[in-house]
Design a binder for this molecule. Structure first.
Ligand SMILES: N[C@@H](CCC(=O)N[C@@H](CS)C(=O)NCC(=O)O)C(=O)O
Length: 207
């Protein structure tokens, strides 16, 4: 059965599973589920994910899975993007936790405060300064890692790279300057050169 990914095209979290499916050339359905029009707050959607967030994976047999990085781990099983060697797998998970703890809450949040007019009232000078400082710190951690290693979690791309790519690539939309981060820019180019790579607004043809 072809899985369905409920997601918002403009969201980096929702892009992650779409990108994995594109890179592994597998079919799925995309159902546009936007946080901006209230779709994630309907009773029907809250019954599927009480957190009221997308992405949400629907396997079509009653099983539902929320949290973008958990979805990556499930859909990544058996693909080259999920290392089987225990230490390599743990390193991949380390960077996926980093993405959620240190990166997404600043780099992604500053972008949403910048690009969504409905969030303008939340974009206080203090919040913009804090997300800029924290996001720059997270991007600098990535730069230091990428100065030594080509990817996150091993010598080849893993789910950690797919988790970190969307909001790093769109960081300039949130006012982050990637010019002083050459290793991050080279890594972004390497991800975009992977066979099967698709941009954020890509949706698959109907299966
Ligand atoms: N940790 C979650 C975060 C998901 C998330 O924040 N999704 C946003 C869209 S990018 C959302 O649905 N926001 C609506 C809300 O939180 O009410 C994940 O990685 O899936």
């Amino acid at each position: 059965m072809v899985p369905t990914i409920h997601g918002m095209l403009d969201s980096g979290n929702c892009y992650k599973p779409r990108l994995l499916m594109a890179l592994t050339d597998r079919p799925f359905r995309h159902v546009e589920t936007s946080t901006r029009d209230g779709t994630t707050r309907t009773a029907e959607f809250l019954a599927k994910n009480p957190a009221g967030q997308c992405p949400l994976l629907d396997l079509g047999d009653g099983r539902l899975l929320a949290e973008s990085n958990a979805i990556l781990v499930y859909l990544g099983e058996g693909t080259p993007f999920l290392p089987t060697e225990p230490f390599e797998r743990a390193q991949m998970l380390r960077w996926m936790f980093f993405e959620q703890n240190a990166h997404e809450g600043s780099v992604a949040v500053r972008r949403s405060l910048t690009v969504y007019p409905e969030r303008a009232s939340a974009a206080t000078p203090e919040r913009m300064a804090l997300t800029l400082a924290n996001g720059t710190a997270a991007l600098t951690v990535m730069e230091r890692h990428l100065a030594e290693y080509p990817f996150f979690g091993g010598d080849r791309p893993s789910l950690a790279d797919i988790a970190l790519y969307p909001y790093t690539a769109s960081a300039p939309e949130g006012g982050f300057d990637l010019t002083p981060l050459p290793a991050v820019r080279a890594w972004i180019a390497a991800i975009e050169a992977l066979p099967g790579f698709r941009p954020r607004d890509w949706v698959p043809p109907a299966p």
